[in-house]
Design a protein around this ligand. Structure first.
Ligand SMILES: Cc1cc2nc3c(=O)[nH]c(=O)nc-3n(C[C@H](O)[C@H](O)[C@H](O)COP(=O)(O)OP(=O)(O)OC[C@H]3O[C@@H](n4cnc5c(N)ncnc54)[C@H](O)[C@@H]3O)c2cc1C
Length: 665
């Protein structure tokens, strides 16, 4: 007897992963997910996506899909503890009369659909992107709901959730062979040891070939899209994603202060076996040149990476998600025309609902039945569709009976999270870390060990042996710190915080006071400040005098940490005047990453540039010793520290938050 599954899903990029998640969580169907081992040089589209989610104004149905997707990704990211969905807003700009009129039309549609969309004049546009030269822009449209995200992290989170809900996975080399069974359904491989009641082809650019081999060709055309990541100087804090209609490019903020830009959409059909995954050199050169003239306010830009990926076009630029004509229980989900990241979550949920219930209305504009047979070859037209040309009439449903709708209780990631205290410094090295923080990941081990060394408490939140949260408290620091990307973990930290409060990187709830994060990349750093005061690196013999300065300013809480020194990862820069230590700045170093902390100048010696000198010396030393990235937190609107950091070449790149327990009535 063959092993039976209710649904086989061929292809687990973002769309297939989302479909598996919904089917597995919302029904008791037995799901088998299949994928091939991809060469890393030819990744799937999900791995190459720019991760932009923008609320569009060309079609209300599509807009509703994007909004559902945004909501779903936000919840998923918080539940699974991955890089958050950043609601950074979107800015579309036009320089021509025609472009300005188009933006007006888009705004009308968005407003009618209840989406916040604000028209901006050329001056207001410049305020949103102060480093860009947008003086010749005629009109702008700002949509605060636009967001950025990591498409592979979302796909991974869906797969984790699907696995937890019972979906099974097989990955094999080469093409997965599926064929129809005479009695209905599908078999996997030559030997019918696996039978699939229904089959969903969600294989991205490879879907066309698979469907053709199954005898059900659909009008699809894979095409290349390209993107580039650049490192600006200064590094940038989050800004609204820019869509420049005239220059035909988009630019979004990327992690660690970078910019991610693209335009490059090919208009030629590609073979999924022969396409070039490298960005064209002309694309990189042109993009580099355009970005340099557009972002005239930046001192420099270095291209760090450039790549291409494969998208899939359809003749009318609407997706193909639903029943395959004449295919019985054969379903498809592809043809996203370069916008699959922002549509996958909502469309996959609707496909899952339709497969289970047999009701297809919610997918009507995407229904593949609008192409009863494969059309003539067509050229991809990957630009934004501007108009909807009428919905057309759909042929009657073609025999895909519902698969049943029983709904098991979904089990979220938080159900499997365990909390435990760590007591020994050695235990920290045995932990299996996941990414918990954009800027502080390299330092988490060090923070945990420091807290233990000074007699503080360290608690980790683990799921399946992987660290999903780290909570630290030491009386010498005074305020606790929590690092997590998982909402339930963050909520626990907020509930249990000490009266002195807690630092968290995300604004999990209102009321957190912002703490600024400053950073620089030493590879692009140039010294502009001449050091005027006597600054040098401290030796162990300086520790007593450093202690008395720090004690005087910060209190005796510093003693315990200072007693753990000297250690190779900690370097102090000090300023000495008349044999007295009047300023100090510390640097923790982990490989090429450094974090500046405990920076202070004696009150009587402020205003003479000692702060800037200490930070400049720190940067010079770091660059000379192969350091790459330096980061510092600047607390409570400390203007002097902010000015010194900016003078020393660091830039505001983000914020974290200081939460305090709410007062009880
Ligand atoms: C450079 C670039 C930038 C982009 N930026 C954005 C953006 O900012 N916003 C946006 O909304 N969209 C964007 N997109 C589009 C988006 O990335 C895609 O629409 C989306 O990722 C498609 O996901 P998918 O699951 O359909 O396909 P894929 O991610 O390609 O997944 C298909 C899967 O099928 C598997 N497969 C193939 N053949 C077989 C087989 N025979 N058997 C089993 N498995 C198989 C593959 O291994 C792969 O894992 C961008 C695309 C590119 C290339």
């Amino acid at each position: 007897m063959p092993e039976k599954f209710d649904v086989g899903i061929v292809g687990t990029g973002l769309f297939g992963a989302a479909l598996a998640y919904h089917l597995a969580r919302e029904s008791s169907l037995r799901i088998l997910c299949l994928d091939t081992v991809r060469e890393s040089s030819r990744p799937n589209a999900t791995a190459t996506s720019a991760g932009i989610l923008s609320v569009q104004g060309w079609d209300p149905w599509d807009l509703s899909i994007v909004r559902e997707t945004a909501e779903e990704y936000r919840e998923l990211a918080e539940e699974e503890g991955i890089e958050p969905v950043h609601r950074n807003g979107g800015l579309r700009v036009a320089r021509t009369e025609e472009g300005a009129r188009w933006l007006e039309r888009v705004q009308r549609v968005l407003e009618r659909e209840g989406t916040d969309a604000r028209r901006l004049g050329s001056g207001e546009v410049g305020e949103l992107l102060p480093f860009a030269d947008l003086t010749d822009v005629r009109a702008g449209l700002y949509t605060p709901d636009d967001a950025t995200l990591s498409s592979p992290a979302i796909a991974e989170a869906y797969l984790r959730g699907a696995r937890r809900a019972g979906a099974e996975f097989r990955q094999g080399p080469g093409t997965v062979a599926v064929a129809p069974l005479p009695e209905g359904g599908w078999r996997l491989g030559e030997d019918p040891s696996i039978a699939l009641g229904a089959l969903a082809v969600t294989a991205g650019a490879w879907s066309k070939e698979l469907l053709t081999r199954l005898g059900h060709p659909l009008p699809l055309a894979p095409f290349r899209a390209q993107a580039v990541r650049v490192r600006p100087r200064p590094l940038q804090a989050s800004f609204p994603t820019l869509h420049d209609l005239d220059l035909n490019l988009y630019v979004r903020p990327a992690s660690l202060g970078r910019l991610l830009a693209g335009d490059g959409t090919g208009s030629r059909e590609e073979s999924p076996h022969l396409w070039d995954p490298n960005a064209d050199s002309t694309f990189v050169e042109e993009m580099n040149g355009t970005l340099r003239s557009l972002f005239a306010g930046l001192s420099s830009m270095q291209v760090e990476a450039a790549w291409a990926g494969l998208c899939v076009a359809s003749p009318d630029r609407f997706p193909l998600v639903g029943r395959v004509p004449g295919g019985g229980r054969l379903f498809v989900g592809t043809g996203f025309n370069g916008f699959g990241t922002m549509r996958a979550g909502g469309l996959a949920r609707r496909l899952s609902d339709a497969i289970r219930s047999g009701r297809w209305e919610a997918l009507r504009p995407a229904d593949p039945l609008r192409f009863p047979s494969a059309t003539e070859p067509f050229e991809p037209r990957p630009e934004f569709p501007l108009e909807v040309e009428g919905e057309g009439t759909l042929p009657p449903p073609a025999g895909a009976a519902p698969l049943g709708d029983s709904s098991p209780t979904p089990s979220g990631a938080s159900a499997g999270i365990r909390y435990r205290h760590i007591f020994g410094v050695g235990e920290v090295d045995e932990l299996r870390w996941t990414s918990l923080s954009e800027w502080f990941d390299p330092f988490l081990r060090l923070f945990a060990k420091d807290a233990l060394r000074v007699g503080g408490t360290v608690e980790v939140a683990e799921e399946g042996g992987l660290v999903r949260g780290l909570s630290l408290f030491s009386s010498s620091e005074g305020v606790g710190s929590g690092f997590t990307r998982t909402r339930t973990v963050a909520e626990r930290y907020l509930e249990q915080m000490e009266p002195t409060g807690l630092y968290l990187e995300e604004p999990w709830r209102g009321g957190g006071e912002p703490v600024e994060i400053f950073a620089a990349d030493l590879r692009d750093w140039e010294s502009h400040e001449r050091i005027r005061n006597p600054v040098r690196i401290a030796g162990p013999e300086d520790l007593p005098r450093i202690r008395s300065l720090m004690r005087g300013e910060l209190g005796p809480g510093v003693d315990r940490w200072l007693a753990t020194l000297p250690r190779p990862e900690e370097t102090a820069f000090l300023c000495e005047i008349d044999a007295r230590v009047v300023g100090v700045s510390w640097l923790s170093r982990v490989g090429t990453f450094a974090r500046g902390h405990s920076f202070l100048v004696h009150p009587r010696f402020r205003g003479i540039g000692i702060g800037t000198d200490l930070l400049t010396a720190r940067m010079l030393w770091l660059r000379r010793t192969g350091g790459r990235q330096v980061v510092s937190e600047i607390y409570d609107g400390n203007l002097a520290s902010r000015t010194a950091a900016e003078r020393a070449g660091m830039a505001l790149v983000g914020r974290m938050y200081h939460f305090r327990p709410s007062k009880r009535a």
